[in-house]
Design a protein around this ligand. Structure first.
Ligand code: SF4
Length: 655
């Protein structure tokens, strides 16, 4: 019997219209756990590195995590993996909500798509019965609208539906996959879904998931619930509001946006408004938010309620995720009310709420600079809000200038030329980042921005505070119940970290400490992404309920696999290294690993080079960021080493 996982994947060949239920190898679970780990292994084994993102040979994998569907609190992530049209590297966006647990209850760990359907279709998974169904009547429909129409058509109100909107159908590089109160948005995976001709995947499952040692497992889950309660009564003092508690940034609860509005950049990551927030704005935003927020909602099996149902008069109700309330508002130099209104249309179109507002602001900046002309923007309204709606419509339809902007700021700038490249100034590996421009280099963030394969800082940062506490008293207070640290040395790192002087950024944390901190944070994300755990209860917040000391017991009691901290650390390292190898095989090298030039005003090229050198060394990679033969062998990845040798990547570049 298989525990926690089901042991079967669905394999769908869209070109042939075939559906297979395929048993998986339990040895791979021991090596990679599940979720992102096994997705990476599948992509490595089955998709040659030369494959174009829009090739029928590219795979699109929807995976549950190993503990999804068990009673583990907040364990509900779907990990979607493919090759990104935007970065041309591996993409692995995740969504919360309800879809992944439903897939487990239907009897599958993953759905793997290959090929392309000649017509728009949707997949209907109803326990053992799986059908590819015509979706031509859903063409052009919004993502949430599609989900509702499918539920009605199937007469199955409890089906969970992941769908793309018009953006995905038109292969817009910022296209997301929307589902419930969540979405998998980054790196253009919705465009790959559209390219394959899949409008939606509906799933209904009513089976059970087996647990190896249920009593022990339930006790651990109850401990997590108790800890969440205690922690919610004890917010961390002295940090920005979104970091004080647990959960994904609980933006739907929060009103106080002083930190974001004054520290993040407005427009296309262009301008900082240091004095934006005041009593008047706070009052106005509070009123706006409370008037449209119908109720707070959670993902499957989680008490945190990070999302909300939003009802703006005159437009359909939708579910707002996380940070989107600010991204449109700030990109348009507008107001929260505008952010809530346009986010509804953007959600139906199915676009990434981080990249898309920046792309629209980028288009307007190019117009103001005379790089885009009246002819390019023919028909654009004169008011600011009208312009954003107009651009959004053109982008998702790929009409006129929208066809160029639909490829994101990096590719659009290449295509437009005439100096447009200088305006695409917020990218890492061709992908838009959080709109931040800061003063002093932060060594930990330098490493995370440069080397993270997710290419999204919020999926790398986490358990170590983002900034030093000003006083020793605050630091001592913070470390005294810091049970999550993998090693006591991290407490000292924090105690010694000062806002100014010798022990401050950029030279403190030191290079070695920075590498240690990044490694810890990264490890937790890789574990979460293999288990399907929401980062909001584990790798992202300060002092979370899940950590390296209790995770092994969760895994062992759920799966029956013998797991301890050292073993789990090794799995995380294996998954991280395999993902790096996938990207290295597609050409990723040290030269690609850099934050935007102007991310920090004060840069330190020698220190930055040293940080990268030491990080690579620590990871067992050479100075180009390529895993060495020895480190691959030590991680049971000898087959990767052989492949890289055969391709001349290891032999030529490591000699
Ligand atoms: S913490 Fe928030 S985002 Fe995470 S599972 Fe719970 S409700 Fe969802």
């Amino acid at each position: 019997m298989r525990y926690a996982e089901i042991g079967f994947n669905l394999e769908i060949d869209l070109t042939r219209g075939s559906i297979e239920r395929v048993e998986t190898d339990p040895k791979l679970t021991e090596l990679h756990l599940g979720g992102l780990g096994t997705n990476t292994k599948i992509l490595w084994d089955r998709v040659p590195p030369e494959t174009e993102p829009f090739s029928p040979d590219n795979l699109l994998i929807f995976s549950t995590g190993l503990l999804v569907g068990t009673p583990a609190i907040g364990c509900n992530r779907t990990i979607v993996t493919t090759y990104s049209p935007q970065t041309l590297l591996m993409a692995y966006s995740m969504m919360g909500g309800f879809w992944a647990p439903e897939l487990k209850y239907a009897g599958y760990d993953k759905v793997i798509f290959r090929g392309k359907s000649p017509n728009l279709v949707y997949l209907w998974i109803n326990n053992d019965k799986v059908e590819i169904r015509d979706a031509s009547h859903l063409q052009g429909k919004g993502a949430a609208e599609t989900a509702e129409l499918i539920r009605q058509e199937l007469k199955e109100p409890n089906a969970q539906v992941a769908a793309i909107g018009l953006a995905g159908e038109n292969r817009v590089y910022m296209a997301s996959i929307e589902q419930g109160r969540s979405s998998a948005s980054r790196l253009g995976i919705g465009a790959v879904m559209g390219d394959k001709g899949i409008k939606a995947i509906a799933v209904r499952g009513t089976k059970d998931v087996n647990i190896a040692r249920p009593a022990e497992f339930m006790e651990l889950c109850n401990d997590v619930l108790k800890y969440i309660q205690v922690r919610s009564e004890k917010p961390v003092p002295g940090v920005m509001p979104i970091l004080a508690g647990l959960g994904s940034p609980a933006e739907m609860k929060l009103i106080d946006e002083e930190w974001h509005t004054q520290n993040f950049m407005w427009g296309n990551a262009r301008e900082r408004k240091r004095d934006y927030w005041n009593k008047e704005v706070e009052e106005k935003w509070k009123k706006t938010q409370e008037s449209v927020r119908t109720r707070l909602i959670s993902c499957y099996n989680c008490p945190m309620k990070c999302g909300a149902l939003i009802s703006v008069p005159g437009i359909s109700t939708y579910m707002m995720k996380c940070f989107s309330k600010l991204t449109y508002t700030m990109a348009a130099f507008s107001d929260l009310d505008f952010g809530f209104r346009i986010a509804q249309r953007a959600t139906e179109y199915g676009v990434d709420g981080f990249s898309t507002p920046q792309v629209m602001a980028f288009g307007l900046e190019l117009y103001e600079a005379g790089i885009l002309t009246d002819q390019d923007m023919a028909g654009m309204p004169s008011d600011n809000e009208g312009r954003f709606y107009w651009l959004l419509d053109r982008i998702v339809r790929r009409e006129g200038i929208g066809d160029v902007l639909a490829n994101g700021t990096y590719w659009a700038a290449q295509q437009i030329g005439k100096g447009a490249e200088a305006y695409a100034h917020n990218n890492i590996k061709k992908h838009e980042q959080l709109p931040l421009k800061l003063g002093m280099l932060n060594p930990v963030y330098f490493l995370m921005y440069s080397t993270g394969e997710k290419i999204n800082i919020t999926q790398i940062e986490g358990n170590f505070p983002q900034a030093p506490f000003p006083t020793m008293e605050e630091r001592e207070d913070f470390v005294k119940d810091w049970i999550q640290v993998p090693d006591e040395k991290f407490k000292q790192y924090l105690l010694d970290w000062e806002p100014r002087g010798e022990r401050s950024n950029p030279y403190y944390p030191t290079v070695d400490m920075s590498v240690d901190i990044v490694d810890w944070q990264e490890k937790m994300h890789y574990i979460d992404d293999a288990l399907g755990m929401c980062a909001g209860l584990s790798s992202f917040p300060l002092k979370p309920p899940y950590h390296i000391h209790n995770y092994p017991a969760f895994i062992s009691s759920a799966t029956g696999i013998d797991m301890d901290e050292a073993g789990l650390t090794q799995v995380a390292k294996r998954n991280r290294t395999l993902l790096r190898a996938v990207n290295v095989r597609r050409g990723l090298r040290r030269a690609d690993e850099k934050p935007p030039e102007d991310h920090w005003k004060k840069r330190f090229p020698e220190l930055e080079a040293k940080l990268l050198d030491e990080y690579y060394k620590f990871k067992g990679w050479d100075n180009q960021g390529i895993p060495t033969k020895e480190s691959l062998q030590e991680l049971d990845l000898a087959y990767v080493s052989e492949d890289l040798e055969q391709r001349g990547i290891i032999k030529n570049e490591q000699s």
